[in-house]
Design a protein around this ligand. Structure first.
Ligand code: PFF
Length: 448
């Protein structure tokens, strides 16, 4: 059976950027900046993205395009009869866990979009306490969040059923530029609020004493999550890339746009937080409690709220599509299922796990794993353990298992790309030595 490929370079890059840009940029990055000390975190993050995450992204793409198959099959094909097949198992398992709770947050954004369209938090005057209460009441209820999760996951599955070109590529090509415009519009609105300057200083004037090992570990973890590395996603997408595209240039473009999105999203949020004299350290609830309050207070807040939650939903969907595709590609290629059936199987599995995650804020909140509710446990377990192990496995595979000549050939398109040829040495050094060492340090620091 002939494999489907992306139809164009632009489409491939938009789909991969769509996977990278998501809740990680609009929800997770701004609150991490708030929790880990503002500009110091931003500075470390920028360094980590280009020095470590980019080479890891390259490794994943090299494996995918060289293997020309799904995340599980790639390791079996490139290292037949070895224990590397377990790397493939990990790459299928991780995205499915992530998708289940990612889809729950996707459902929240549907609910908040609905609330903004009804001018729910902007028509009447709301206090912070009101909005905190609305959010905690909503997530701890039974049916409404499950309905949101179901709609979100259903929409994701529908796009994946349409296929690589018609579904994933076309969706990304339209939605990503739209998302960019929306986020810039919101940032411009926030920048023109009186008192916004303090927010910009918080984002861009670093206090170097705040750079600690903990901040570095958090920045690397955020880099993996945001660039979708260590999940087999970029591996799967890269297997649909054309042989004539440059992996180096594409990955640089993806990483740069992902970083830009995170920065612009923070420029849309932090200045507004400061303009209203709020604390940036709210953590995960920043987006669903603090922001609605800001929208309720600022001029034109009702319209901005709608734009913001549309942007959030679009960003989340282009990412969740990529997560689902990993499992679907595996079932279609390894288990010979039809695309439709494969999407349904993954939908049902992740839906059940997602329902359990959603209920863990309410009726199942008494179940604790290492002290955390199920949702928090799965989030921490996948970002601190599965994702880091995934990233380590991929750099070890490319740096130590694949033949250096194959890696070079995939990176330089058989020696035809001059700049990539010149950069290969340094990139290979990072993949072989620096990245595994850095990941190990992070893993150990996460353990203690
Ligand atoms: N990178 C995406 C984001 O920043 O939201 C989300 C993501 C996609 C996370 C795929 C994890 C993943 F496996």
């Amino acid at each position: 059976m002939k494999r489907e490929n992306f139809g164009s370079r632009f489409g491939a890059i938009m789909a991969m950027t769509g996977s990278a840009v998501g809740l990680g940029n609009l929800w997770r990055f701004p609150y991490m900046v708030g929790v880990y000390g503002g500009a110091a975190f931003v500075l470390v993050y920028i360094i980590v993205v280009f020095l470590l995450c980019l080479p890891i992204l390259n490794s994943e793409m090299i494996t995918g395009r060289h293997g020309q198959t799904n995340a599980f099959g790639a390791f079996r094909k490139l290292a037949p009869g070895t224990g590397w097949k377990w790397a493939g198992v990990l790459m299928i398992f991780t995205p499915l866990v992530v998708l289940s709770y990612y889809s729950v947050i996707g459902g929240w954004s549907i609910e908040y979009l609905y609330k903004s369209v009804c001018f729910d938090f902007t028509a009447v005057s709301r206090t912070r306490e009101d909005l905190d209460g609305i959010f905690s009441g909503y997530i701890s209820s039974v049916w409404a969040p499950i309905a949101g999760h179901t709609v979100f996951l259903g929409a994701t599955a529908l796009i994946v059923v349409l296929g690589v070109r018609k579904g994933i590529e076309n969706f990304g090509k339209v939605m990503m530029p739209l998302l960019f415009v929306l986020v810039i519009l919101i940032a411009v609105r926030a920048a023109t609020l009186p008192g916004a300057g303090e927010g910009f200083a918080y984002l861009f004037r670093p206090d170097f004493s705040k750079i600690t090992p903990e901040v570095c570990a958090a920045a690397l973890g955020q880099g993996f999550f945001s660039l979708s590395v260590g999940f087999g996603i970029m591996l799967t997408y890269a297997s649909y890339m054309n042989k004539s595209d440059s992996i180096g240039k594409s990955s640089l473009l993806i990483a740069t746009s992902d970083l830009l999105f995170a920065l612009i999203a923070s420029c849309a949020i932090m200045p507004a937080v400061f303009a209203f004299g709020l604390s940036p350290e709210a953590g995960p609830s920043l987006l669903f409690e603090v922001l609605p309050f800001i929208f309720s207070q600022m001029p034109a807040g009702g319209v901005i709220a709608i734009l913001f939650f549309v942007a959030l939903l679009v960003a989340a969907l282009t990412s969740s599509v990529s997560i689902l595709e990993v499992g679907v590609a595996w079932l279609v290629e390894e288990k010979h299922m039809s695309r439709k059936k494969a999407s349904l199987v993954i939908f049902v599995g992740t839906w059940i796990l997602g329902v359990i995650c959603s209920l863990s804020f309410g009726p199942l909140s008494h179940i604790r794993i290492f002290g955390d509710i199920i949702f928090d446990f799965l989030d921490k377990f996948s970002s601190n353990v599965l994702m880091t192990v995934g990233a380590l496995v991929i750099v070890l595979f490319v740096g130590w298992k694949m033949k250096k000549e194959d890696v070079r050939s995939e990176f330089t398109n058989g020696g035809t790309l001059r700049t990539e040829g010149r950069l290969f040495g340094i990139m290979y050094f990072i993949i072989r030595y620096a990245a595994p060492a850095a990941i190990l340090v992070i893993m150990i620091s996460n353990l203690i």
